[in-house]
Design a protein around this ligand. Structure first.
Ligand SMILES: *Cc1c(COP(=O)(O)O)cnc(C)c1O
Length: 339
């Protein structure tokens, strides 16, 4: 069976976790600090501006709390992630879900006027809307896009807050769960750091336990070292799909440098189903990346997003996928799509 996605973990991650386990300090400590520093070096921010937390969802919820979302309008694309919906609900914000631009995974910001925007770089494709901010509080959800750039600047740095996920199948993982919240604004990152800890502190800041453990951070540090390799391998698989003529969704702007978190075929809905079935017959799993049921609002309100849901199929792309498997996937999809 070829899974749709899988983490790429090796000896280095095992050793790092074992080192922390035997050190006697396993909760948030030096490893978390080191991860924040190294993540900051990668993104180009000081360590103080980077805060490691328990998940991308936690980072989103913390961002909305920091933005005082309660009773404010929060806009986000309906074609994104359930975790955005949950974060808005928990924070007491008033959701205002947007459609996507026609045949695109980017949010359509037309005719909108919210206090807070959450813009997600879906599939590793940077959404240029983050580079055109006007007056609102911007939360940039880069959970799927660590390493992607706009005008040579890392995504996550455009918003008032940038959010990343280090979940099991994201660009890198801290051992299954984890997240990063960061900001160029020290007041914001300080507040996030305060929200993350609850022990022995009495003040008016809304706190909870959003901490990452040192075991997780040690794994993430090894993954971060491998990130350039991961990005390269994913890009070479994506290129193979493109060269074979598979209709995979890509950015069109020259200003962006995507990461290949997902390879998503865009075709008519009947072919989506036959392609998925043909792959499955050969033991290859594919998924509809955002199903109609997963859209964050009533489908009739977001016709472009609903259309995209019907016409998309996400095929395997991850560093450990072999060339042999890639060729198999190409041959099956080409046959069904008549390329
Ligand atoms: C995965 C993901 C999240 C949530 O991150 P978790 O670490 O799984 O909580 C949020 N937004 C997007 C776009 C994601 O892909």
């Amino acid at each position: 069976m070829i899974p749709h996605n899988r983490p790429t973990l090796g000896h280095e991650e095992s050793q790092a976790a074992a080192r922390v386990l035997s050190s006697g300090w396993i909760a948030q400590g030096e490893e978390v600090l080191a991860l924040e520093k190294e993540f900051g070096e990668y993104i180009k921010l000081p360590a103080e501006n980077v805060v490691a937390v328990s998940s991308g969802s936690a980072a989103l919820y913390m961002s909305l709390t920091i933005a005082n979302a309660k009773n404010k309008y929060v806009s986000a694309s309906a074609y994104s992630c359930r975790s955005i919906f949950n974060a808005i609900q928990l924070s007491g914000g008033i959701p205002n879900f947007l459609d996507v631009e026609e045949v695109s995974v980017n949010a359509s910001l037309k005719k909108n006027n919210a206090d807070i925007y959450i813009i997600a770089h879906m599939f590793g494709l940077p959404d240029l809307n983050v580079d055109n901010k006007r007056g609102y509080f911007l939360i940039e959800d880069a959970a799927q896009a660590l390493g992607a750039k706009i005008k040579n600047i890392q995504v996550g740095l455009f918003g008032d807050i940038g959010v990343f996920s280090l979940g099991a199948t994201k660009m890198i993982t801290s051992g299954g769960q984890g997240g990063i919240i960061l900001s160029k604004n020290r007041d914001i990152s300080d507040l996030a750091r305060k929200m993350r800890d609850y022990d022995s502190i009495v003040d008016a800041i809304p706190r909870f336990n959003f901490q990452m453990t040192d075991i997780q951070a040690a794994i993430a540090r090894e993954q971060l070292k491998k990130l350039p390799e991961f990005i390269f391998r994913r890009a070479s698989i994506f290129e193979k799909y493109q060269k074979a003529g598979l209709p995979v969704i890509d950015s069109i702007s020259q200003d962006v440098k995507p990461v290949r978190f997902r390879a998503v075929i865009f075709t008519d809905s009947a072919k989506v189903i036959s392609c998925q079935n043909a792959l499955l017959e050969s033991g290859i799993r594919s998924i509809v990346p955002v199903t109609e049921d997963e859209l964050l609002t009533t489908n009739t309100l977001v016709p472009n997003a609903a259309d995209l849901s019907k016409k998309t199929l996400s095929i395997p792309i991850y560093p450990s996928l072999s060339d042999n498997d890639v060729n198999k996937i190409i041959s099956i999809c080409s046959k069904v799509l008549k390329i």
